[in-house]
Design a protein around this ligand. Sequence first.
Ligand SMILES: C[S@@+](CC[C@H](N)C(=O)[O-])C[C@H]1O[C@@H](n2cnc3c(N)ncnc32)[C@H](O)[C@@H]1O
Length: 335
Amino acid sequence: MRTRLSTAIAAGNLLLPDTGRLLVTRLPAVLAPEFDPARTDIVHGFAPEAEAWRAAGFTATPEPTGQGYAAALVGLPRARPLALGLLRQAAERLAPGGMLVLDGQKTDGVEPVVKALKGAFGPVEALSQGHGKLVWLTVSGTLPDAVAAWPDLAPSEGSAGWMTAPGVFSADAIDPGSALLCDHLPPLAGTVCDLGAGWGVLARAALAASPAITRLDLVEAEAAALACARLNVPDPRATFHWADALQARGSYDAVLMNPPFHAGRAADPALGQAFLRTAARLLKRTGVLALVANRHLPYERVLDDLFAQVETRADAGGFKVIHARHPRSGPRKAA
Ligand SMILES: C[S@@+](CC[C@H](N)C(=O)[O-])C[C@H]1O[C@@H](n2cnc3c(N)ncnc32)[C@H](O)[C@@H]1O
């Protein structure tokens, strides 16, 4: 596959250092052929992508652990604060004279981030291809003050009193859909799974409302969101799993979710529908799925196929809260 990175390397435009270690942050694993696993540390916060890098023979961690890299390459995420935070983190881990590389799509906002890079470091070299841009520069001397002002990626307390981090879902305030679900949770007891738990708003509300919950598993693919959830849900019944929810295993009395419906920038209701199928697979026959979704999302037909009883319990502000009971099939034990 021809990518901006392979084009720039093959054309001799981008000359990655021959020696020293490389830090590769948030680039997709389809770029694995461009790198040597023996000298490359992969950092990816999204569990399925980290797993894809591991499958390609690399060591992948959610956060960087090394220092003194000869080059650091960053894949642009959609959230600008996260993009700047990742660039700062990468620049701080370079050896003197190290190379900083950014690759991103126009639709993910690469141009304003390139502008910020130029504002901080001066001119950059660039390759435009496939509706995106690859830029690179050498970082010599101490880092410019502008870079130190870019976001720190550690969890911090937001305006609503919750710990959140740049780029996590609803980082600035509780999502109104999630708030509606918190107000319309069913009575919960036994084992509960929060699929796509984010920074933990549903889990915390459920644990506070239901003393009969014995264990609540928070499953979240984004490591940064899960790190916040650990701080927001200090309850001994909670356990935290950095994992792809679609691969979750277990047998639960209840599943909670505000399912994702975007893969990257594109709306993808199939992702939310896959979450519904996963919930049906995880639930005991007496189990209940409680979910919230934007009203327009096409979930009812899938829910009717999966569950014997599907009820809309709230419909407000463009969101619907649905309780679905009695999953129809699957290898489940009776409660
Ligand atoms: C709409 S947000 C809801 C977050 C949280 N439950 C809330 O109500 O604020 C969906 C969450 O699913 C996570 N997610 C997306 N794909 C995932 C996957 N394959 N496995 C686990 N979590 C995933 C996202 O990172 C995001 O935190």
